[in-house]
Design a protein around this ligand. Structure first.
Ligand code: ZN
Length: 99
């Protein structure tokens, strides 16, 4: 009896679902399905890793904010921009107005 139940409760690997969705979407962007799936999973891992990090201080408003409030910047050691998203967009607006 219990065997029957175990058979129907199939374990779905969330990674596999993400990878499958990426493989399905890849042709629409003209990308290699397996390569795209790998990149999507890698990006997901970076986001997860970043979400577990302590708050980061914005170099502009000096507020301590969670890492998700900062845009990505691969050139920086922690992979995040120095300014929070709000300050970053303020800066863009200010420089647009000046020019
Ligand atoms: Zn800020």
């Amino acid at each position: 009896m219990t065997d029957e139940l175990e058979e129907t409760e199939e374990q779905i690997d969330p990674d596999e679902l993400i990878a499958q969705a990426a493989r399905d979407a890849a042709p629409r962007y003209g990308l290699d399905p397996d390569d795209f799936a790998r990149r999507v999973l890698a990006q997901r891992d970076r986001r997860k890793e970043r979400a577990s990090r302590p708050a980061k201080e914005c170099s502009d408003c000096r507020e301590h904010l969670p890492a998700r409030m900062f845009a990505e910047d691969a050139a920086r050691p922690d992979g995040l921009q120095r300014y929070c998203k709000r300050c970053a967009s303020d800066r863009v607006n200010r420089s647009r107005r000046m020019s």
